[in-house]
Design a protein around this ligand. Structure first.
Ligand code: 3PG
Length: 400
């Protein structure tokens, strides 16, 4: 983007593909981290006199307009953060978008409605995506890719559109890629990875890669119970992906052979049912050993011994990557595991990276100071796929 700025952008229509996919409670944004993350790019362009057209997806609507997934709240928040009025187009490539963009003056910003209200955005059909990208291209002179959270998607605005316009990487993408390089090239050791989240199936590919790279892998969250089951423990009513047990068993064996410490919870906080996240009514969980989860109970967080164990395993790390909460952190009775890992990262003298999605939202909603971490990524799936060594369509299109 510095190259673009030095060439001069005054009067040019610059399409910024951002990731404004923020969590919403109705129309209230519960975590605006992704909007704040794109501010440097939007500000720099606006200050240089560009006519900035910001576009993003939000959620997973079904290729047609759906008010529950409107980007209007994100546009309002962007305006508040920029301290200036931001125009909002009620569609993406229709009359409203055309008139909103043509009404922009130099240095002004507009946000288009959710890209995914158009089936062409996410289509697997190249021609359908291309047709949508052509219509988007008509709205701009230049493309800036800055939606790091979506670079792993082969979508029209991420992959096809940059091929149609002079294209540049924004500040956020440049920062995110720089950080991820530190985790993949010449990583400082010990390199410790904490992985949580609900489903082990989402993490298989990254575990596969990390077994060859990390020195220690700490497992928490719902996915831990499939590991415990693979070790032969009963897990009661805890989340379990039976079909993943063979893969998980293989990882446990491989870790041992390769000398990677794969650390599992030694205890868990269990309750008879999933807690009520709306009322946050007390759940009164019980701490039990990992091999003694009662048949009628569900594991919902790592237990106090595991908290201490994981903190000690993180204490001497030179590099840490953490992705996925350790428990149902949205309920105060099951937030301690996630808090303990966040605190261990803060206490660590090493370079610490929080990998996107739920874990990034967790550290902010639990009240931690973002500045206390080395980096909080805006990409959940995107940072995992980068670490898996995959080619990410949105980065390939920009490098091209
Ligand atoms: C994310 O939340 O990880 C990104 O915004 C991508 O969203 P998606 O998984 O719906 O493509």
């Amino acid at each position: 983007i510095d190259e673009l700025l030095s060439e001069g952008v005054a009067g040019k229509r610059v399409f910024v593909r951002a990731d404004l996919n923020v969590p919403l409670d109705g129309t209230t944004i519960t975590d605006d981290g992704r909007i704040r993350a794109v501010l440097p790019t939007v500000k720099a362009l606006a200050e240089a006199g560009a006519r900035v057209v910001v576009a993003s997806h939000l959620g997973r609507p079904k290729g047609a307009p759906d008010p529950a997934f409107s980007l209007a709240p994100a546009a309002t928040r962007l305006g508040e953060l920029l301290g200036t009025e931001v125009a909002f187009a009620a569609d993406t490539v229709g009359d409203s978008a055309a008139s909103t963009v043509s009404g922009l003056t130099d240095g002004k910003v507009a946000v288009l409605e959710n890209l995914r209200f158009n089936a062409g955005e996410t289509s697997k059909d190249d021609a359908e995506r291309a047709a949508f990208a052509d219509r988007l291209a008509a709205l701009a002179d230049v493309y800036v890719g800055d939606g790091f959270g979506a670079v792993h998607r082969k979508h029209a605005s991420v992959f096809d559109l940059p091929k149609r316009l002079p294209h540049y990487a924004g500040y956020l993408i440049a920062t995110e890629v720089g950080v991820l390089k530190k985790l993949t090239e010449d990583v400082k050791r010990p390199y410790v990875v904490a992985l949580g989240g609900a489903k082990v199936s989402d993490k298989l590919a990254v575990i596969d890669q990390l077994l060859g790279k990390a020195d220690r892998l700490l497992i928490g969250g719902g996915m831990a119970y499939t590991f415990l089951k693979a070790k032969g423990y009963e897990v009661g009513r805890s989340l379990l992906q039976e079909d993943q047990i063979p893969a998980v068993t293989e990882y446990l064996e491989r870790a041992e052979k390769q000398g990677v410490e794969l650390v599992l919870p030694v205890d868990a906080l269990v309750g008879p049912e999933f807690p009520d996240l709306k009322t946050k009514a007390p759940a009164n969980p019980t701490a039990v050993a990992a091999d003694a989860i009662p048949a009628d109970q569900e594991g919902l967080d790592i237990g106090p011994e595991t908290r201490k164990l994981y903190a000690s395993k993180l204490a001497d790390a030179a590099t840490v990557f953490w992705n996925g909460p350790m428990g149902v952190f949205e309920h105060p009775d099951y937030a301690e595991g996630t808090k303990a890992v966040a605190q261990a990262l803060i206490d660590s003298p090493g370079f610490t990276v929080v990998g996107g999605g739920d874990s990034a939202a967790a550290v902010r909603t639990l009240g931690f100071d973002e500045q206390a971490f080395g980096h909080i990524s805006t990409g959940g799936g995107a940072s995992l796929e980068y670490l898996e060594g995959k080619t990410l369509p949105g980065l390939a299109a920009l490098e091209d």
